[in-house]
Each structure stands twice: as C-alpha cells, then as structure tokens.
Design a protein around this ligand. Structure first.
Ligand code: UT7
Length: 327
C-alpha cells in the first residue's frame, strides 16, 4: 500500500515586523536578553483588528493551491490546527474551506497548542491511509498577537503570527509517512494556558480584570519539560528507525526556543546544519511553526530525503514523527 505523503506546501506571514528593539520600548527587556534566551530577533504581527486567524490560514492555503495548481473542489477535508480560532464556537476550518472554494470538503479545528500541526499530520495521514479520502489539507495558523498581553515580558517577546498549509495525498512512490511517537500529560495543563473563557472559568468581570484571557506560561516549567520530553521522543524515533546523523537529512522542530532545539540535537547527536530554523525572524507562531519551516525550506528537499519532526506544547502535548520526502 502506498504511504500517505506531503504533496504540496503553502505559507504566509503578515508584513508588519515587530523587532526586539520595538519591544524594548514597550516592556522592560533588551534585544540581547531575547536573542540569548530564545534566539528570536523579530516576529510578524497581523496588525489589523478586523483580520483573524482565518485570514492567515486562507492566505497560506491559497498560496499552496496556486503553487500546486490544485482544484480546491477536489479537497475532501480541511483541518485547521489553532489555539486562536476566529470565534470560540463556530470552528475556523469550515470558514476557511468556504473561502478557498473547497466546497466538497468537510472541515474542523484541532487544538493541541504547539503540537497541533504535528498531531494534525497524524490525523491527515490516517484519513489518507484509510482510503476514505484522497486529499486532506492541513493548516496550522495562529494570530498569537490576539491573546498576548503586551505588558507581560515573559510572553510578548516569544510569540508571532503566521500560517502554513500542507496537502496530504497517497504517495506515487515508496516515500511518505514512516513513523510517529506522540505523548501528552494533562497534569501540567496550568503551566501554559489561557485560564478563562472555557467551562472551568467562564468569562466574567473577574476574569477580564485579572487578565485571564491572555496566554500565560510558567516558562521555567515548560522549558524543563520541553527539553527532556522533546529530546526523548525524538531519540525514540531515531532509535526505532535506525536513524542517525548520516542518514537523516533534516530535523524540523517546533520553533519555541532555540535552546530547547539545541538540547534536542545534542541528545540525538545531530549536526546543527541539518536543523531547520526560522525562529529568529518569526518567533513562536504556535501551530504554524512547522508548516512555515516546510514552506521556507521546500526548495532544499529532494525525493527520498529523511525528515524528522518534533514539537512540544501546552496541554502538555508533544511528539516526534518521521517521513521521507515524496517529491
Ligand atoms: O511553544 C510552546 C512551549 N513553550 C516553550 O517551550 C517556552 C519554554 N520556556 C522558555 O522558552 C523560557 O522559559 C523563556 C524564554 C520563556 C524564559 O527564559 P528563561 O531562561 O527560562 O528565563 P526565566 O523565566 O528563568 O527568567 C530569568 C530572568 C527572570 O528574572 P529574575 O527573576 O532572575 O530576576 C525574569 O524575570 O529573566 C527575567 N525575564 C526577562 N528579562 C528580560 C523574563 N522575561 C524577560 C524579558 N526580558 N523578556
């Protein structure tokens, strides 16, 4: 049976650049602190209050459709991985599907924070492998600026806005999805969250006054888990697929913090030039980091290349996967 494979990529980031120097004027921080602690120099912001995550998702999807000369009516399913849906209820994906002309598709959102795109790849692959659907469009998009408190220096320096899209179809060769190793741990959900607006803490004047609608993270706890768990699952994928520095072409890691990525590559003994990075220019775009990496580096991939993905995010959610490039 032919494997499920990525057969197209699209991406989009807004034009507006928010640099570390700009942030120095807003909060008590420095360009030097942000670069040395995170690797981020600037991030993109969707600076238009009338435009939401769907705008980023639609732009990324249309970019893919144009590049691949894809008939949107042939898409069977649209999944949008996001933690910043346009509306709390009424999923973003059906709107995106309508706007891109995917009128024969069904569509839904997937929420697994920074692991959303990685988990979404597993869903897309399973649908394709089941034989029920032929074309699954997976989008990772987040307007993080809509949930960031620009008075909180611990979060506002990290996040940016963006969107990326990939198409999954059955491979025309022997390459495609090879393996995955995913985990989660809800015990630590309070370490990275938006506290209010859900059923545990419905919106109230208290929630509003306390800023519980913005993203909060206990950076140290998240960092500690991310370093040990992201490197562990990536190591498992390496071990059980006999992967090593010689036969892996690219590591595609979620872009949360360059130090987390450095710890992962140390554990799996991978040389730095094999690691795809764009954190310095986009920051952490949550569900969009991995498809944006694929978009930025697409021209480097060759048929049969080995790509290993890994991510860690709120929930906690994390995992690693392995695919061989099919075009
Ligand atoms: O993508 C989803 C998963 N998210 C992540 O993986 C993020 C994981 N966490 C991190 O990346 C890091 O914890 C941060 C980048 C958020 C923070 O880096 P850190 O090295 O863990 O810093 P820290 O929280 O231990 O803070 C060290 C110091 C503190 O000051 P004191 O208490 O030592 O005086 C902070 O108040 O740095 C201070 N600090 C800052 N200083 C300048 C915190 N944020 C800033 C800032 N500028 N923006």
């Amino acid at each position: 049976m032919n494997k499920a494979a990525i057969t197209g990529i699209g991406g989009y980031v807004p034009d507006h650049v928010l640099s570390n120097k700009d942030l120095e004027k807003i909060v008590d921080t420095t360009d030097e602190w942000i670069i040395s602690r995170t690797g981020i120099k600037e991030r993109r912001i969707l600076n238009d209050s009338k435009k939401a995550t769907s705008y980023l998702a639609i732009k990324a999807a249309k970019n893919l459709i144009k590049k691949k000369k894809l008939n949107p009516e042939s898409i069977d399913l649209v999944i949008v991985a996001t933690i910043t849906p346009d509306l709390p209820v009424a999923a973003t994906a059906p709107y995106v599907a309508s706007q891109i002309g995917a009128k024969n598709a069904f569509a839904y959102d997937l929420q697994a924070a920074c692991s959303g795109f990685l988990y979404g790849m597993s869903s897309a692959v399973s649908y394709i492998n089941s034989g029920r659907y032929k074309k699954v469009l997976l989008i990772g998009a987040d307007k993080m600026s809509s949930i960031v408190d620009y008075k909180d220096r611990a979060t506002c320096v990290i996040f940016g806005d963006g969107g990326g899209a990939v198409l999954f179809e059955k491979s025309k060769n022997n390459f495609g999805w090879e393996d995955e190793f995913f985990r989660s741990n809800g015990e630590e959900r309070m370490a990275l969250k938006i506290k209010a607006g859900g059923s545990l803490f419905p919106t109230s004047s208290e929630s509003y006054n306390n800023g519980w609608h913005n993203i909060y993270q206990d950076g140290k706890t998240v960092f500690k888990y991310a370093v040990s768990e992201m490197s562990y699952v990536t190591e498992q994928i390496f071990k059980r697929n006999n992967l090593n520095n010689e036969n892996v072409n690219f590591l595609v890691p979620h872009q949360a913090n360059k130090r987390i990525i450095d710890a992962t590559i140390k554990r799996i003994n991978l040389s730095e030039e094999k690691v795809l990075m764009n954190i310095s220019k986009y920051g952490n775009t949550t569900a969009a980091t991995i498809p944006l990496l694929l978009h930025d580096y697409e021209s480097k991939f060759k048929l049969g290349d080995s790509l290993v993905f890994s991510a860690f995010g709120g929930g906690f959610t994390w995992g690693s996967s392995y695919l061989t490039w099919a075009y």
